[in-house]
Design a protein around this ligand. Sequence first.
Ligand SMILES: C[S@@+](CC[C@H](N)C(=O)[O-])C[C@H]1O[C@@H](n2cnc3c(N)ncnc32)[C@H](O)[C@@H]1O
Length: 271
Amino acid sequence: MSEQSKEYPAVRLLGHRRVPLLEDTRVSQPAEYDAIATAYQDSKQLPFRQYVERYTLFDLLGDVRGKAVLDVACGEGFYTRLIKQAEAAEVTGVDISAAMIQLAEEEEQRHPLGCRYLQRDVAQFEPPSPVDVVVAMYLLSYASSREMLYRFCQVCYAALRSGGRLVGIKDNSHSPLVSSAALAKYGIERTAAAPSAEGDAVRYTLTNEGGQKFSFTNFFFKPETYEDAFRTAGFREFEWVPVTVHPAQRHNPFWADFLRDQPLIAFSALK
Ligand SMILES: C[S@@+](CC[C@H](N)C(=O)[O-])C[C@H]1O[C@@H](n2cnc3c(N)ncnc32)[C@H](O)[C@@H]1O
């Protein structure tokens, strides 16, 4: 672990307990990303996306050459494309937002990579064939109820072959989600009830490089609730992984506040 990153206890869940799929497969919230799709796409230019988010994900993913990958909540396909360019054999992106999928498909038409996209609610998704890796970049932050969170984990589990891995990043609910002025220089504003209770809304406003602002809502659940959702879905191992900064930026003091009050956290789970 980098000496700059805050230390969180890694959680390992070694019990293997299969449960039947939950009855409650309620439909997720309406696709708020339809209204903010292009602003979200532009936010990928923010430095934290490249030097923290992207670096942490690929560090965690390791070698994806020849692997079958499912990218759940793929958005406009930013990581779907990068994973395919990293020589994954096949990558399918799934997202509930028609506008996000349209952006992804337009990019695929402009620069064909062989990525496949499906507009689906992950809570309703029936994975067609088992994959080696499921990538869940921010999906879990959109679970507005415990049932939905457990359902997301079940779908990710069902999509994997035995021995396959789920990796992802979500907003960080380990530290209290206080509104944090220190995050403004990274283009991030966060508004949340303090203390936050299970299921509370957490409002984020991002400011893009060009000054454009856009907002979206995530939901708070305690780390233990996520851990139970992974265990209940059947994952053999689960661990939280602190985000890290790209080595080229490690000594840049710009990142000190980001690493002190890490707004993001990664995770890895093994089927
Ligand atoms: C923060 S964006 C992340 C996009 C992409 N993973 C990335 O990192 O660039 C969150 C995405 O989750 C999608 N999403 C939210 N709830 C979903 C659901 N129930 N099923 C599928 N996608 C969902 C949104 O439409 C949005 O595109």
